[in-house]
Design a protein around this ligand. Structure first.
Ligand code: ZN
Ligand code: ZN
Length: 171
């Protein structure tokens, strides 16, 4: 969703939007599926060329466990506190920006890209190494199946992996 800066009245503007076009990879490499599209409720305000947006967002995702690649359902929600300036001013206002505690983004062509801002925000909020369980044992190094508990299956069963397929066929 893009908002034209000129459409934001001086008294501010409330809006909500859903990013229904978001693909898992738009949000992060660890995202496997988007169950409920990211949605945000925002209040936009304009002071001169500075646009601020405050609000909340939520999404339901499935991440891939960083050890076994199994599904990790995640409801992601958080607060938004953005500020946007027109691109091209950063040089002139370098000093001011450095002292500013707001997280600043930029907009181009008089339009603020809220969808991209939300995707960036979520990408930062996602766990870098999600786990399906705190004690996930990862994958068996021999057959590549998830390890249920403790020892990898192939070591526990003492089956030579070359015979594992044959043993399965016999069953
Ligand atoms: Zn896992
Ligand atoms: Zn195994």
């Amino acid at each position: 969703m893009k908002v034209a800066v000129n459409d934001i009245p001086s008294e501010g503007k409330e809006l909500s939007f859903s990013d229904t076009a978001a693909e898992p990879r738009d949000l992060g490499p660890q995202v496997e599926a988007v169950v409920a599209a990211p949605c945000a409720q925002l209040r936009l305000e304009r002071v001169g060329e500075l646009i601020t947006a405050k609000g909340t967002y939520a999404a339901e995702l499935v991440l891939a466990c960083s050890r076994c690649l199994g599904p990790v359902p995640l409801r992601l929600e958080g607060e938004l506190d953005w500020a946007f300036r027109p691109l091209g001013q950063e040089d002139r206002e370098e000093v001011e920006l450095a002292e500013d505690e707001l997280e600043l983004s930029f907009y181009e062509d008089g339009q603020v890209d809220l969808t991209q801002a939300l995707r960036d925000e979520m990408g930062l909020a996602l766990p870098m190494a999600p786990l399906c369980r705190d004690d996930c044992s990862g994958l068996c190094p021999v057959c590549g199946k998830p390890v249920k508990q403790g020892e990898p299956c192939c070591r526990r069963n003492k089956i030579d992996p070359r015979w594992a397929k044959l043993a399965q066929l016999k069953k």
